[in-house]
Design a protein around this ligand. Sequence first.
Ligand SMILES: [Zn+2]
Length: 241
Amino acid sequence: MILFALILLTTPPVICIDPGHPSEVGPGTRGKKITEIQAAWKVGLALRTQLEQRGYRVVMTKGKPLEKVTNKLRAEIANAARATLMLRLHCDYAPGETGCGTFIATQQGTDGKFRGPSPGVLSEVGKLGPLFHAAMSAELKGFLRDRGQHPDSQSAVGSKHGALIGSIHCKMPSILVEMCVLNSAGDEAFITGKKGQAIMVKALAAGVQATIPLRGKLPQIDGDKVGKKSGDIIGGGKRGR
Ligand SMILES: [Zn+2]
């Protein structure tokens, strides 16, 4: 019993990284040099490494960049992994805009007859969202403009359903990050470059750490083993669904 409690206390939380698109919504936007899919994939993979190095377990919603996964299934992958936080990586198309913004559910939405997220998840994301945004934007200061945090019902899909489909089906807080605006030349140069990607990864990891602190001191675990085991990609190519 004591051993079981110890294992629970020392088991690192699972973060679900969801590199957006392609989904039922489409392939996403693109800049002149990079697509939204490429940017989210590159940042997502590097973020997985960074979070694992910091002691988290990570689950990805895709096994390869062009794998099509519906937004409902993305949420179900996070639910099945019992993730503590789902982080959804996107880039925006917004004429006249620049910078990085975050979106969270602030009310329940509906997908067919299904209503979600639960009031408990809504209240949790209402607390965690601002913590995440503050820590992330502190790291991005001087590099990318802060577009603030917004209700996901303000997005194109969210306005039709009351919340984003990914949020509706999530049993844990889900934060969608529009990392930059790809139709802005400056933003595109930032996210295309290695330096910009590294700054973005560090900012996202800082957001995760401010939101989901690692409990206590973790036991020394071999990094490679953790990487292979926790980095298993659920929903990847050959798994049937
Ligand atoms: Zn997108």
